[in-house]
Write a protein that binds this ligand. Structure first.
Ligand SMILES: Cc1cc2nc3c(=O)[nH]c(=O)nc-3n(C[C@H](O)[C@H](O)[C@H](O)COP(=O)(O)OP(=O)(O)OC[C@H]3O[C@@H](n4cnc5c(N)ncnc54)[C@H](O)[C@@H]3O)c2cc1C
Length: 274
């Protein structure tokens, strides 16, 4: 029996590079001695990020103690968000995280604002990786769908699927110029959808596909805005009888609510039994 690895304390990292890979997506590459030993098989996994407060150069990280996690006092406590591992390269000891640059001014959020302005040498804390393992169960046919926040995890998953994997991938974006060239198995068909506020384009697209004849198992990865994820999850449960074993459906964010406000509701949705 394999032993559960000991929890790793949060790591304080520094920005090594920042590059726009699409108009609304900024790849931040992090590095530093504290990154050494980061788990290798973590493509697409969740990480918590810890942002410094306005008066800080570095975020003050929570500590792992024998009594559990100890947070700094409220005024020093880092702003916490959840992101995905796009890639970790042990040879160069570099971690890529891709941030959607959403909204402007008051419409933006601390994480998007931080990423848009990140400079080489800036500090960011991370904890993890975590989340379900695997993120996408092995199956004859796969369905992957999400918006730009899910794209880093989807792109990472596509790179790890076996060459003979089959399925459909739908990615919704606000702007056609955000479409990226993805590396993927030949029979994973990619379709980009430009968002139309009055339509549920991801849900519509999923309803229009069906598994090819002879498929005996299906698995799905669905992530992004709350409404789309919950609708697709309910459709896949009803139509294909998918359960938590073969259906990852996690709302990553909710329109009009910041992470702190939405956090509890997300956990309620994630805890639903199916
Ligand atoms: C497991 C997991 C993995 C995730 N991985 C990634 C990832 O790899 N890359 C990534 O960019 N995001 C990812 N997210 C989503 C990200 O955590 C949220 O978008 C988060 O709210 C961004 O924080 P913020 O400080 O920028 O905005 P917040 O302060 O949380 O929100 C401010 C305002 O912006 C709105 N908002 C938040 N996100 C968006 C958006 N994408 N588009 C439009 N409006 C938005 C909110 O509704 C709110 O009104 C992930 C979330 C989870 C749970």
């Amino acid at each position: 029996m394999s032993e559960k690895p000991a929890r790793t304390p949060p790591r304080l990292l520094q920005v090594v590079r920042s590059q726009p890979i699409a108009p609304h997506l900024q790849r931040i590459t992090l590095g530093g001695e504290n990154l050494r030993g980061f788990p290798l098989q973590s493509q697409g996994a969740h990480i918590k990020i810890f942002l410094p407060r306005a008066h800080q150069q570095q975020p003050q990280l929570p500590q792992l103690t024998a009594q559990g996690i100890q947070w700094p006092p409220a005024a020093e406590r880092p702003i916490t968000r959840t992101y995905s591992v796009r890639a970790y390269r042990p040879d160069s000891n570099e971690l890529d995280v891709e941030f959607v640059l959403h909204g402007e001014g008051e419409e933006s959020g601390p994480a998007a604002h931080w990423a848009a302005n990140a400079q080489v040498g800036d500090y960011l804390g991370i904890a993890g990786p975590g989340g379900p393992d695997p993120l996408l169960a092995a199956a004859d046919w796969h369905l992957l769908a999400g918006d730009m926040t899910a794209l880093p995890a989807i792109a990472a998953l596509l790179e790890t699927l076996p060459a003979n994997a089959r399925g459909c991938v739908f990615i919704e974006t606000d702007l056609a110029a955000n479409e990226l060239k993805l590396i993927h198995p030949a029979n994973m068909h990619i379709q980009w959808l430009v968002r139309e506020p009055q339509r549920e384009r991801l849900v519509e697209a999923i309803k229009q596909v069906a598994p090819p004849r002879g498929v005996s198992s299906i698995s799905a990865f669905i992530a992004g805005e709350n409404l789309a994820v919950v609708s697709i999850r309910d459709y896949l449960r009803a139509s294909y009888g998918l359960t938590k074993k073969n259906l990852y459906a996690i709302p990553y964010w909710r329109r009009g609510q910041d992470e702190e406000t939405y956090h509890q509701e997300r956990h309620r949705i994630m805890d639903e039994v199916y």
